[in-house]
Design a protein around this ligand. Structure first.
Ligand code: BES
Ligand code: ZN
Length: 933
């Protein structure tokens, strides 16, 4: 070994040991310092893709709040050239050098610690200059590179982009990487002059690089104070489309040149929704410009960087000739979500990741208001909140769930917090609050909150306070009620309740109690503790007042958190039903006594079924199937509710039914009774299938978007269970496509059902069909289309082809991008034939897969649910559980996903043991009844 190297190694080891002794080891930065401003210069060297790097300097002005002898920052994977570090005292105009006596690192928390020669005293300002460099990342976090193929030049083009949330700014520059350290940023990017550079703010000036030929420095204007996770920049050769909405800030949409014509939709939608938010929140968008950027490789759907919002291509681009209504709605939802963050998240930020839901729950909820406003033809609000509730009714019924607001320490815990609970449950409880406070109070409370905390940080108590104040001003809540008391029961507590309604028909009263709804029946009933403040809205068969969603009464909790039963008076007699939770205004389920269910079933199965509001029809299906799952109802009652569906023509109740039936299909697919299930489905949906003209291309003549979506979903469900001519017509369409001269230009398959047709044709098709579709995958220029094709290929029943696809998924040099790996694997695992192969693949290749994604954990966590969905025997359960337990080394960063996976398997097994026979008894009985008629 070279002597110099050995010397360096000894120094390094010595340094490492002393550093661990001295180490500051708390998970939050010390509170002695506060960054006042950052000047960040980044020179990006992209000329040689094999060695793409960046060099940076950061100048941080730091205010001292408390005596300290060190500066502790975040820095990860950066090489810091300590010979150039300077620390200067900059008060009162004169500069005086301090010095750094030593440095240390604490890798557990990504700390870089500079010990100072002299103590730093409160009230003083220091200027710290750090020089650093690193490789551009190939994983999709920090400052990384992405690429696309330039078809004309037949070349790969490289670009760069950042992804910093939640804790990856530290991978790109040393900084105080916690959301509460807000500061203005002055970003300057050095790059070859052939590239464009973008950042949060508009360009201030561009000047030639002092030494590198053809390189320039682009300096951006100083930003408003913001958290590090919102900083963004990019070097690229993309095209852009400016929006033209008058009076707004300049708004541009960016994509690779070949996809620029897919930017029209979002270039128009984005500014409209931004304008709506300005009115809703009463605060103008505070930056002088906004860009939205579609990057070919992106870990997430989208990221709300202030003024430079980044999306995966599928999430931003819309092609008139390839995008279905569903994919357009997803795009609208995503743009509305990220733009909502410009206020909820960017302007007012959570103090710490514990309250991430204030960002994500709000953006999710407000986005639904935004899309509904711009697309009134879509019934978007109802669709969105029903979907959210459906998700959390399942997810939050697990013991492995957690409260919306919970303690967070490590980066992996922060990552795990981006889940259905923060998003969907967060959004659902905000909607509940909107409904019980009323629109005016809700809006005025929010405005106060945003004004009070703008450019600052907040926690949930701050929100409760603003809303309580508005509620009391407007008499929207009784004076002895506080928003905090009510909402803490939803945000600090795991789960949600079932309300049991037991009516006394003689006295016209009902007794209401609550208990947590839990799927796992091994947990004894006495564990169903907890109490929620439940707003009670209800209506009766005579009143039919579904539009009144403000609470008539409340289920309350005692100071000790125990639930107080409630008696409701003045209810009708034994010939009339009551329904609680009108329009599903709060996230709870309702169970009734058998007489009330009987009355409801009678109305549903009569001409008057539409007298029950469409959302509550969907609710009845959702609730009764959940109750049957746990044995709180029986499947006869559940199928009794479902029976009216042959009359139903509205999307939500049918969607609820399709979802419940698809879950059950998963459980019974490989059992001897599956034939009964298929017959039952056929009887249930064949009439509607005929009426909507099946899979035939009548989409052009459908006026209502709801019917269009209904037809799409019905066809998908029908093909899955081989109803009517669904399979044969799909094969016809596909054959037709195969026979056209230029299949990449001409596609006779109706856009809305392409996913269904491709999947069905591949499932029942040949090797040649698969090869044909794979070629289309390689050639398409539309990201959403590429996704649809990639997932449809996994529908094959041919094990060799499935194996081939599995082998391609985790190949860094292959044709499947890392961002698509988890979804593709999931899709193979969801396939009846693919499940065993996928499981075997995971077991044998976990080490490789782990390294492929490392250190990003989101994708790894996504591999488990589909595998566990298919487990439904004790033996499979035990096997998979053993595998998970023995693979702890790889799975320790995704603890939450592993726990959910285990519980998910367990509840499927319990269903088999408890409900299988009963379910088929009920199905056979229904089939006999129908046959007799
Ligand atoms: N802030 C998130 C992006 C994010 C997610 C960062 C996870 C770090 C970890 C962004 O606002 C978001 O919620 N994106 C969603 C899509 C959105 C349309 C719901 C996503 O990427 O899944
Ligand atoms: Zn978000």
């Amino acid at each position: 070994m070279n002597w110099v190297l050995l010397f360096a190694l000894i120094l390094f080891l010595g340094f490492a040991t002393t550093s661990s002794d001295l180490n500051y080891n708390y998970y939050r930065l010390p509170a002695a310092l506060r960054p006042q401003k950052y000047h960040l210069n980044i020179l990006t060297l992209l000329d040689n893709p094999e060695e793409s790097r960046f060099n940076g300097t950061v100048k941080i002005l730091i205010e001292v709040l408390d005596n300290t002898k060190n500066i502790t920052l975040h820095s990860k994977d950066l090489i810091i050239d300590e010979s150039q570090t300077t620390l200067t005292h900059v008060n009162s105009g004169e500069k005086k050098d301090n010095c750094v006596s030593s440095t240390a690192v604490n890798p557990a928390h990504d700390y870089y610690i500079l010990n100072t020669c002299q103590e730093l005293l409160p009230g003083n300002i220091y200027e710290l200059n750090l020089y650093f460099s690193a490789d551009l990342k190939t994983q999709l976090e920090g400052y990384y590179r992405s690429s696309y193929e330039d078809a004309v030049a037949n070349e790969t083009r490289w670009i760069t982009i950042t992804q910093f949330e939640p804790a990856s700014a530290r991978l790109a520059f040393p900084c105080f990487d916690e959301p509460n350290y807000k500061a203005p940023f002055v970003v300057t990017l050095g790059h070859h002059k052939k590239f464009t550079s973008l950042s949060n703010m508009p360009v201030k000036e561009t000047k030639p690089h002092e030494s590198l030929t053809d390189y320039v420095w682009t300096e951006f204007e100083e930003s408003v104070p913001m958290s590090t996770y919102l900083v963004a920049y990019s070097i690229n050769d993309f095209s852009h489309k400016p929006s033209t909405l008058p009076n707004g800030v300049p708004f541009r949409t960016w994509a690779r040149p070949n996809a620029i014509d897919q930017c029209d939709y979002t270039a128009e939608f984005g500014p409209k929704v931004l304008q709506y938010y300005e009115e809703l929140f009463g605060i103008k968008f505070p930056l002088p410009k906004i860009d939205q950027f579609a990057v070919p490789d992106f870990e997430y759907g989208a990221m709300e960087n202030w003024g430079l919002v980044v999306y995966s291509e599928t999430t931003l681009l819309v092609s008139e000739t390839h995008s279905s209504l569903n994919s357009k709605m997803n795009v609208a939802g995503a743009v509305a979500h990220e733009l909502a963050h410009q206020w909820f998240g960017n302007l007012v930020t959570m103090k710490w990741w514990t309250d991430l839901w204030l960002n994500e729950g709000f953006a999710t909820y407000v986005a639904s208001l935004g899309v509904a406003q711009i697309h009134p033809e879509l019934d978007y609000l109802e669709m969105d909140f029903f979907q959210n509730l459906h998700t959390i009714f399942q997810r939050d019924a697990m013991e492995s769930s957690h409260p919306i607001s919970r303690p967070i320490q490590t980066v992996k815990e922060i990552n795990e917090n981006f889940d259905d609970i923060s998003y969907e449950k967060g959004s659902s409880v905000i909607r509940m609050m909107h409904l019980f406070l009323g629109d005016e109070t809700f809006r005025s409370g929010l405005k106060t909150y945003l004004r009070r905390y703008k450019y600052k940080n907040a926690e949930q108590d701050n929100l409760w306070e603003s809303l309580t104040q508005a509620a009391h001003e407007n008499d929207a809540l009784p004076k002895n009620y506080e928003v905090k008391t009510i909402m803490d029961s939803w945000t600090l507590q795991t789960g949600y309740p079932v309300i049991n309604v037991t009516r006394d028909y003689a006295s016209g009263t009902a007794e209401l109690t609550q208990a947590r709804y839990l799927l796992n029946s091994d947990v004894s009933r006495s564990h169903h503790e907890g109490c929620w403040w439940v707003p009670l809205s209800y209506t009766t068969q005579a009143k039919l007042d579904f539009n009144n969603t403000s609470p008539e009464d409340w289920l309350e909790c005692s100071k000790e958190g125990r639930s107080q039963p409630k008696t409701i008076n003045n209810l009708p007699g034994a010939d009339q039903w009551v329904i609680f939770n009108t329009k599903l205004s709060a996230p709870y389920k309702v169970n009734y006594d058998s007489q009330n269910w009987k009355l409801l079933i009678e109305t549903l199965n009569s001409e008057h079924f539409e007298s029950i509001h469409v959302v509550n029809r969907a609710q009845l299906i959702e609730d009764v199937f959940s109750l049957a799952w746990t044995g709180e109802q029986d499947y006869e009652t559940a199928l009794g509710v479902m029976e009216y569906l042959h009359r139903e023509r509205e999307l939500l109740p049918l969607r609820a039914a399709f979802e419940k039936l698809t879950t059950l299909r998963r459980l019974v697919r490989r059992t001897p009774n599956f034939g009964y299930y298929k017959r039952y489905i056929n009887k249930l949906i064949a009439p509607l299938y005929q009426e909507l003209n099946g899979i035939n291309d009548t989409f052009g003549s459908i006026q209502s978007q709801n019917v269009l979506l209904l037809k799409t979903e019905l066809v998908d469900f029908a093909c899955m269970t081989q109803v009517s001519d669904c399979v044969s017509r799909s094969k016809d369409y596909f054959r037709e496509w195969r026979s056209v001269a230029n299949p990449d230009e001409t596609n006779p398959v109706p856009i809305e059902v392409r996913g269904t047709v491709y999947c069905t044709a591949i499932k029942h098709g040949s090797d040649e069909d698969w090869e044909f579709l794979w070629t289309r995958y390689l050639k398409t220029n539309v990201a959403a289309d590429r996704d649809t094709i990639l997932l449809s290929l996994t529908c094959t029943q041919n094990e060799r082809l499935l194996q081939r696809q599995l082998d391609m998924i985790f190949d860094p040099k292959g044709d499947i991008r890392m961002q698509d790996a988890a979804a593709t694997f999931d899709s193979v695992a969801a396939n009846g034939e693919g499940w065993l192969l996928a499981k075997k693949y995971l077991v044998e290749n976990l080490d490789h897969i782990y390294k492929y994604f490392y250190p990003v954990t989101a994708s790894l966590a996504q591999l488990l649910p589909s595998l566990s969905d298919k487990v439904n025997t004790r033996q499979d359960y035990n096997e998979f559980k053993d595998f998970l337990d023995s693979s702890w080394e790889y799975l320790k960063d995704i603890k939450q996903a592993v726990q959910q996976t285990k519980e998910n398997m367990l509840i499927s097994v319990q269903w088999q043991e408890r409900n299988y026979q009963q379910f088929f008894r009920a199905i056979r009985q229904k089939l006999n009844e129908v046959d007799e008629k």
